[in-house]
Write a protein that binds this ligand. Structure first.
Ligand SMILES: [Zn+2]
Ligand SMILES: [Zn+2]
Length: 363
């Protein structure tokens, strides 16, 4: 089988070492001799054309032009299910998501090619500084955590796969509008004003055009914590070029397009329900039926940059994630029960002393 294996090792023209993409700059640079090579930039018109989204139904029916499909060789982590670009020269790599050592080769896979990429803006040193600041602000974290941060522990620079959906929605709804009114109950001394709600039926239509609605196309990171890395500045999106990947790893999508669209629908639904409540008006709203029609469904497959550290603490794995574009930090953290117990004890001692002083003051 022909393997269109992606090769990101750009040899340096001067010394032959591997060039790496320099975060925040439109160039590759050589760590050894300092040689720099600019990444060719497109003019705005070409850029806009290249960044055009693809038709969702064509993709689901497997009718995308062959130019949008690539065959890649992937590594699979048996522990957490992550799939990464296979690196032929790296033998014993650790899974960047869960720090487990076993990663197996899945062979070739047909995939939708990424259309666009948000190149790294933060360097590894920048990301480490953000992580250290975040750790410093943590209460009741085990001291080993701070030690880990100081000693680290390189961060992994990873591109995470996303689906970005453009969808037009029209929704018919029915529900009820609640209006408050007040009645006086009881009489004389016992008279009280009470709030009541009068309900009347309401129905109508709302419309919304969603643009670049993001859904992570992998399950290796918790969806909630990756969502807290938002917002991403989509204006910096570049047409996909392997140049931006040199020196970094890319995760392949494991949530396919239809499943991604289902998740997008849930996100759209949250927004649509908020629109409906606003449309119903009044003081309170009840929604009894929502009927949404989706059209002009289009999508882009994107790669977004994160810096990450995974570490194991007492048999569990934890992660720090830093938005490689904005520097926003998200982390899972162990709690130090020892420190919490000490703090509770200190609090009790403080209280006891406060009482004691109050007692003395009373005399
Ligand atoms: Zn060089
Ligand atoms: Zn893993």
């Amino acid at each position: 089988m022909a393997l269109a294996q992606t090769e990101y090792r750009f040899p340096c023209a001067q010394c032959g070492a591997s060039l790496r993409f320099a975060p925040g700059q439109a160039r590759l640079s050589c760590e050894y001799c300092g040689h720099e090579q600019p990444i060719p930039q497109m003019d705005d018109e070409t850029r806009v054309t290249e960044l055009q989204s693809l038709d969702y139904h064509e993709a689901v029916a497997n009718l995308l032009p062959e130019a949008q499909i690539e065959e890649v060789r992937l590594s699979h982590c048996d522990t957490c299910g992550a799939q990464l670009e296979f690196e032929p020269n790296v033998h014993s790599s650790e899974c960047p998501f869960c720090a487990s050592p076993v990663v197996t080769d899945t062979g070739a896979n047909r995939h939708i090619k990424p259309q666009a990429i948000l190149p790294f803006r933060l360097s590894e040193a920048d990301a480490q500084a953000r992580m250290a600041a975040w750790l410093k602000g943590l209460w009741f974290a085990p001291s080993t955590l701070a030690k880990y941060a100081r000693s680290t522990g390189r961060l992994s620079g990873l591109y995470v796969p996303y689906w970005a959906f453009d969808v037009a929605t029209r929704t018919r709804y029915s529900g009820q509008r609640g209006t408050y009114y007040y009645v006086t109950t009881g009489s004389g001394k016992n008279a009280r004003r009470e709030r009541r709600t009068r309900w009347s039926s309401a129905s109508g239509r709302v419309e919304r055009q969603f643009l670049d609605l993001l859904v992570m196309a992998a399950t290796s990171l918790p969806r909630a914590s990756i969502r807290r890395l938002e917002p991403w500045t989509m204006a910096d999106l570049q047409p996909y070029s392997p140049d931006y990947l040199s020196g970094f790893r890319a995760e392949a999508y494991t949530v396919d397009l239809p499943d991604g669209f289902e998740i997008a629908k849930q996100r759209m639904d949250e927004q649509i329900r908020a629109d409906i409540r606003r449309d119903i008006g009044g003081d309170e709203q009840r929604i009894s039926s929502v009927n949404t029609n989706y059209s002009d469904e289009r999508f882009k497959h994107l790669l977004l940059p994160i810096w990450m550290a995974a570490y194991r603490y007492r048999g569990k794995s934890y992660r720090f994630i830093v938005n490689g574009q904005t520097g926003r930090v998200q982390g899972e953290r162990p709690w130090s029960w020892g420190k919490i117990a000490l703090a509770v004890l200190a609090g009790l001692v403080f209280l006891a002393m406060a009482f004691y002083i109050a007692e003395i003051g009373g005399y």
